[in-house]
Design a binder for this molecule. Structure first.
Ligand code: HEM
Length: 139
């Protein structure tokens, strides 16, 4: 497979070469940093939900960082459904940073300045997207 020239995509590729499944690492990091997040998931079947939530989030990230065909809109639509799950907006946004930190850990020395800069920009843009959505929801 040809290496992607998109630094965000590249960071996921590099991680995939080293780690088969990000799910346990991402949620361990999330629950360490934000223990209150653990109780937001129902116990029964929560592993399935967590796996699918991460897969869909990554899908949205790759779309947002790439072609923007529409999958990224999940980020906007999930803001209000997560309100209903009891997930505050800042925690919702923090999930993206948790994913970035997990990748960085796995990739180690191959986490380049270019990848770092791309993630910083992306996290800022996502924060803006979520903030704008919140203003619309509660003016
Ligand atoms: C730390 C932040 C987050 C927490 C604590 C959280 C929590 C939850 C909870 C409690 C559910 C429902 C589980 C259930 O039905 O019992 C859920 C579902 C879901 N979340 Fe999150 N969420 C977070 C961030 C995100 C983000 C950033 C996205 C994507 C932009 C996202 C996308 C989804 C989707 C798509 C579902 C439905 C999953 C499915 O049933 O297939 N979540 N989340």
């Amino acid at each position: 497979m040809m290496a992607s020239s998109n630094p965000i995509e590249r960071s996921f590729e590099l991680a995939a070469e080293r780690c088969e499944d990000l799910t346990p690492l991402v949620y361990r990091r999330l629950f360490d940093a934000h223990p209150e997040a653990r109780t937001m998931f129902r116990t029964e079947g929560s592993e399935l939900v967590q796996g699918s939530m991460l897969a869909l989030t990554i899908d949205a990230i790759l779309d947002f960082a790439g072609e923007r065909t529409g999958h990224f809109r999940l980020i906007i639509s999930e803001v209000s459904s997560h309100d209903a799950y009891g997930t505050p907006n800042d925690l919702f946004v923090a999930f993206f940073g948790i994913i970035a930190q997990t990748l960085r850990d796995i990739i180690g020395a191959d986490w380049s300045d270019e990848i770092d800069a791309a993630w910083r920009t992306l996290l800022g843009e996502i924060e803006g997207l979520v903030a704008a959505q919140c203003e619309i929801a509660s003016p």
